[in-house]
Design a binder for this molecule. Structure first.
Ligand code: SF4
Length: 260
């Protein structure tokens, strides 16, 4: 079929596009372990928009796909990965192919959602061309209607070998008879909680927690005179803000000891 005024590579191709051997090889390496951040461009070919909503959820701080180095970009010219959502409609076939031609090789093509993978519920609609693989070779399919943000992150990370880069094996299995021990067991629970709350109230969750841990460790390590250990801890501080917080903890401790 010849379409007037449309470049040859964008004209209707009834046979799906074939890739050269070099590009196939480069893509296979990327898909095994990409070892870098990736730029993603999204093309909505004609879905119901629920897939888009889930993709946007994936880039919010809750799911934070950027922690894997996956960043959404506004142009296919900067993209390493093209994500196609929705069934390919006749109207969107050309823009979809234009985005494909604009992205530099070796680009990775992701078909997103049931519609992107197969045409989904719209597969037999009069204006639907089919799934993304009717236009060009697809490397990764992320199924679902729509895929949840967790499925989205997992699909990307698994497909690009990103989990191996981010996760290092740690054996968390509990050994026979093993029990997790409590920190600062010798200090009464209610006193520990009270000290920790006060420390966090004075200097925030993280810093307060760290200072309280140091304070409790000094108490826990003392064999005879706990207040002497606390005094040494205070003397070792160079930051006046820490001295102030630790002094408040010391005062609180003394009031509780005196108060019984
Ligand atoms: S896969 Fe489902 S949610 Fe996504 S575009 Fe198609 S119908 Fe909508």
């Amino acid at each position: 079929m010849i379409e007037q005024g449309i470049p040859t590579q964008l004209q209707a191709q009834l046979e799906p596009k074939k890739l050269s051997e070099d590009i196939e090889r480069a893509k296979a390496t990327l898909l095994k372990s990409i070892k870098r951040s990736v730029y993603v461009y999204r093309v909505d070919c004609g879905g119901c928009n629920a897939c888009e909503i889930e993709i946007f959820s994936s880039i919010t701080p809750v799911f934070d796909v950027e922690r894997f180095g996956i960043k959404v970009v506004p142009t296919p010219r900067h993209a390493d990965i093209l994500v196609y959502t929705g069934a390919v409609t006749r109207a969107m076939r050309l823009p979809a192919m234009r985005a494909y031609e604009a992205a530099p090789d070796p680009k990775i093509i992701v078909s997103y959602g049931a519609c992107g993978c197969t045409g989904g519920i719209f597969h037999d609609n009069y204006c639907v061309w089919g799934g993304t693989d009717k236009l060009f070779p697809v490397d990764v399919y992320i199924p679902g209607c729509p895929p949840t943000p967790a499925q989205t992150v997992y699909g990307f990370a698994m497909a690009l070998g990103m989990l191996d880069q981010k996760q290092h094996a740690v054996n968390e299995t509990e050994a026979e008879g093993e029990r997790a021990s409590l920190k600062f067991e010798r200090i009464p629970y209610r006193l520990r909680v009270e000290l920790e709350r006060e420390a966090r109230r004075l200097s925030g969750y993280r810093q307060g927690g760290d200072m309280c841990d140091a304070f409790l460790a000094a108490l826990d390590n003392s064999e005879t005179d706990a207040m002497k250990e606390v005094a040494s801890l205070l003397a070792a501080q160079k930051d006046p803000r820490k001295v102030e917080v630790l002094t408040e903890l010391k005062n609180l401790l003394e009031s509780r000891i005196v108060g019984g």
